[in-house]
Each structure stands twice: as structure tokens, then as C-alpha cells.
Design a protein around this ligand. Structure first.
Ligand code: 4AD
Ligand code: MG
Length: 461
């Protein structure tokens, strides 16, 4: 069975040959004795034009098929007299695999992305979403290839955990207790010893802590899996379920971490431009007119670097432009991040060395005792795409940080062990995969780059 993409890529090999293709009808037109079908099989943008006539025994059946019908077509591929396509398939047999009802919602017209979200089970059949999900698949492959080429070990970290990596308390609880009537102890508290795992558990917000344990055995590892956050922020960049890539490198510092992140981003962009040129061109023409220029700039120049303290100074000079305050110690808001990367640097920028108060417990404390060796990568159009850091490898400092933050040391005993048994300096980061896809395609909403988005009050399909 031949894919339509192959016909376009390797046309001479198939011209004037008998071939067989399968796919779904995008349009069907007919006159009395002949007709045309635009067939799409999901492998490519372009449809294969099928020409059929009343020499087919089921001509009448085919002629009245609805858009969306599934077909297998045998015929001869011939050069097309029409200018719109280089070739067409003269059908010698059409097998109707499945008819499509007349109320098929994807008739040939432009639908809004909002509408298409309500039919997320059908939207991959449109050009835009077919392109998004082909790029998503390809980018995932490119990421694996990038790390595998560099001898990183792919580690599958657990999705159900007992710890809160980011300490932000944005976790989905996992429990088998009856929420209406949970067992309680003498003090009236919920008795988790009767829960499935005998303790409180949740869906992971990050695979990092488990990833670090494997880093201390393999040197360089990465994870690539789903993560979950019960963030109550209804924005175009937040999902409750998203995929994260988390490399972790041993005997390495923040600078090595940033160099790795930069090389990875460039690799994936180049990979997609080279291996999906038609999809990328589609995004450049239809979704974001500056896409190519932006991506070409990114791969051909070095990312910028700025410390949090410098960034605050820059932002303060323009503070009347912002809704939120920009004082040293406050977290950067989306408006600040976008201002830095879009107005000041005009390219991807690493912001480093944030105040310890606004970052997670595991980040390495700097000598100033005020900041930590953190790095966020901000990119134009999307904002934060990567968050990472050098990790605190000093047992006593880590212990002090846990205490300062009121975290329960006993829960982190295995994490502390890494600092006790051959601990070494190490670093890592998390790349939000959906945000990367937004960046690669110019798609503006995270709901449109993940097959079935889970966001506040949305978990249909
Ligand atoms: O900055 P974050 O919270 O970092 C961590 O979780 C670290 N433990 C990673 C590490 O060092 N191994 O999240 C990392 C990235 C963000 O930069 C963002 O791209 C993405 O994950 N992200 C989200 N993407 C979509 N929806 C959300 N709700 C997201 N929250 C974070
Ligand atoms: Mg972050």
C-alpha cells in the first residue's frame, strides 16, 4: 500500500504504473458519466486526485458518496492535464471501505480552531491539525535522536509519586479512598494508611527527582513523558496534562546545561525544517508569517544570557508598561518574559540566577546566599519554554534548604542519599513539549498542539 506522500516525493517511480492507495475523500464531484475525488491519507498535505467514470461497476454508488468516506482505489497514475496537480489516478476499481454520513462536520470550508476543539476526534483530518500532529511526532523523534546520539539513557520515571518536585502544591491527588466518606483517625484526619499505597500520592509534576537518581548511575539521562499540574490558570500556554523532556547531566554545571538546551532546540528546529519542509512552509504561510525568519535566526545565532538581577534592571526602566510590579524578588510574569525576549533581546534568552525564594528547593545555592543557579529559557512568541538548574549537591546545604522551606526531610531520604553516596555536581532542565511545538509551528494556543487537551473544566474525549 503506497502513501500519497511517496507519490509526490518519488513521482517518476510511480508514473504510468498500476497502484493502490487508501484514504478519505476530501471532496467528491461528479457529472453524468465521470467524477473527481480528492483523496487524503494523512501522510501529506496534498490530496491525490482520483478520476473515475461509469466504466466502474459501482459508479453510481461512488458518485453519491459523502465527504469523509473511506476508500481504497486501484488505478493508473498518469500525468495530469490540469495545472493544479502534477498527476492523477485513473481509477480501475474503487472499494468503498466506509461511507460517511451527510452530517459530517468537516465540509470544505474554513473552520475556526475554537470550533475544531469541540470535535477534537475529527480535527486531525484537517490540513492544519494533520500538519501539527505530524510535526509533533517528528519533533519527538528528533528529541530522542538528539539524546540517543549523545549516549543519554532514556529513563521512564513514575507517574504516581509521593513527592512534590516543584513544591508548588499543584498536584492531582491519586486515591482509592471514598472521597465522600474517607476513613479517619482519632484526631479526625483522613487516614491514608488505608489508601491503596498506604500514603498520600499524586500524579507527578516532574520526573526530575527520580531522574536525578539515574543520572547518578548513568551520567547522562533523559525522560520524556506526561506530567500533570492542577494549575488553575486558564491561559493559552498552560495545560493540566502536558509532556516534558527532562535531561539530567552529571559532572556538569549550569553553563553545560544551557549549552545542551541550546543545542537541543537548534537540533529539533533543523530536523523539522529538513524533514518536514512542506509542513513548515504551511505554518509559515498560513499560521505565522514570521516563522521562517524567526527559526532561521534562532539556528544561526547564539542565544542571549542575562541574570535575573540584570533583567529586573532592564524591566524597571520600562516599568510603566507593565501591569505587574518588577521588583527584585518578585517572579517574572508572562508580560515581563515576553518583553525581554521579544523587545529587548529579540531572540531566545536564558535568564539565570533567580532569588532562592521564588525557586524550588533543589536548586544550587550561589555564593551570594541569595540566588540559585537556575536557568529559564524564554523565547519570542511563547515565553518560558524551559526551566532548569544546577542541583544542590551539598548534603548540608540541601538539608538546610528543606528545613527553611518547611519541607518534610523524611520524605526526601532517598534523594538525600544521592548526596551521601558519591554525589557530584549535576544539572538538568525540563522542556515543555507543547510549548516547543507552539514555537515550531506558530500555533498560538496549547489546546491546538496536544491531541486531547486537558485544561480547567475541559477533559472531554
Ligand atoms: O519550570 P518547570 O516547572 O520545571 C520543572 O518542572 C523542573 N523540575 C524541570 C527540571 O529541571 N527537570 O517546568 C518545565 C517546563 C516549563 O518551562 C514549561 O515549558 C513547561 O514545563 N510547563 C508547562 N507546559 C504546559 N502547561 C503547564 N501547565 C506547564 N507547566 C510547566
Ligand atoms: Mg518554570
Amino acid at each position: 500500500n503506497i502513501l500519497i506522500k511517496q507519490l509526490f516525493r518519488e513521482t517518476p517511480q510511480f508514473l504510468n504504473q498500476a497502484i493502490l492507495v487508501s484514504g478519505w475523500a476530501r471532496t467528491i464531484r461528479d457529472s453524468k458519466s465521470f467524477g473527481f475525488i480528492e483523496l487524503n491519507d494523512g501522510s501529506f498535505f496534498r490530496n491525490l486526485q482520483i478520476v473515475f467514470d461509469d466504466s466502474l461497476p459501482n459508479f453510481a454508488e461512488v458518485a453519491k458518496l459523502g465527504v469523509g468516506s473511506a476508500l481504497t482505489v486501484e488505478g493508473n497514475l498518469v500525468e495530469s492535464p490540469g495545472a493544479k496537480q502534477p498527476f492523477e489516478l485513473k481509477a480501475t476499481r474503487i472499494t468503498v471501505e466506509g461511507v460517511s454520513a451527510p452530517d459530517y462536520p468537516l465540509q470544505k470550508k474554513r473552520h475556526s480552531f475554537e470550533f475544531l476543539r469541540t470535535i477534537a476526534h475529527l480535527r486531525p483530518r484537517t490540513n492544519t491539525f494533520a500538519a501539527v500532529f505530524r510535526i509533533r511526532s517528528l519533533a519527538a523523534y528528533a528529541i530522542h535522536q538528539f539524546f540517543q546520539e549523545r549516549n543519554f539513557v532514556y529513563v521512564h520515571t513514575p507517574l504516581i509519586t509521593g513527592s512534590d518536585c516543584e513544591g508548588a502544591g499543584e498536584m492531582f491527588r491519586v486515591t482509592t479512598l471514598d472521597p465522600a466518606n474517607p476513613p479517619r483517625n482519632e484526631r479526625g484526619e483522613v487516614d491514608y494508611s488505608q489508601d491503596f499505597f498506604g500514603k498520600e500520592t499524586n500524579l507527578t509534576v516532574s520526573g526530575q527527582l527520580n531522574g536525578e537518581t539515574y543520572c547518578m548511575a548513568f551520567r547522562n539521562i533523559y525522560t520524556f513523558g506526561p506530567t500533570f499540574r492542577a494549575e488553575n490558570s486558564n491561559t493559552a500556554r498552560h495545560a493540566a496534562e502536558f509532556w516534558m523532556i527532562e535531561p539530567e547531566i552529571a559532572f556538569a554545571e549550569l553553563r553545560d546545561n544551557m549549552d545542551l538546551a541550546e543545542a537541543m532546540i537548534k537540533y529539533v528546529i533543523n530536523y523539522c525544517l529538513e524533514n518536514a519542509p512542506e509542513e513548515m512552509e504551511f505554518f509559515n504561510n498560513m499560521i505565522d508569517k514570521d516563522l521562517f525568519q524567526r527559526l532561521h535566526n534562532v539556528v544561526s545565532s547564539e542565544f542571549a544570557h542575562v541574570t535575573y538581577t540584570e533583567a529586573i534592571e532592564i524591566l524597571q526602566k520600562n516599568k510603566d508598561q507593565f501591569e505587574y510590579p518588577v521588583d527584585w524578588g518578585s517572579d517574572l510574569q508572562t508580560e515581563h518574559e515576553r518583553y525581554l525576549t521579544e523587545q529587548i533581546f529579540k531572540k531566545p534568552v536564558f535568564v539565570t540566577d533567580y532569588p532562592k525564594e521564588i525557586k524550588a528547593f533543589y536548586m544550587r545555592l550561589n555564593d551570594d546566599d541569595k540566588t540559585v543557579a537556575a536557568m529559564d529559557l524564554l523565547v519570542p512568541g511563547v515565553g518560558e519554554i524551559i526551566g532548569g538548574s544546577q542541583r544542590e549537591e551539598r548534603y548540608d546545604v540541601l538539608e538546610r534548604r528543606l528545613d527553611e522551606l518547611g519541607l518534610h526531610k523524611a520524605d526526601y531520604w532517598w534523594y538525600m542519599d544521592l548526596r551521601k553516596y558519591g554525589g557530584t555536581k549535576h544539572a538538568g532542565y525540563g522542556l515543555g513539549f507543547e510549548r516547543l511545538i507552539m514555537y515550531l509551528t506558530g500555533m498560538a494556543n496549547i489546546r491546538d498542539v496536544i491531541a486531547y487537551p486537558r485544561t480547567v473544566r475541559t477533559a472531554e474525549f
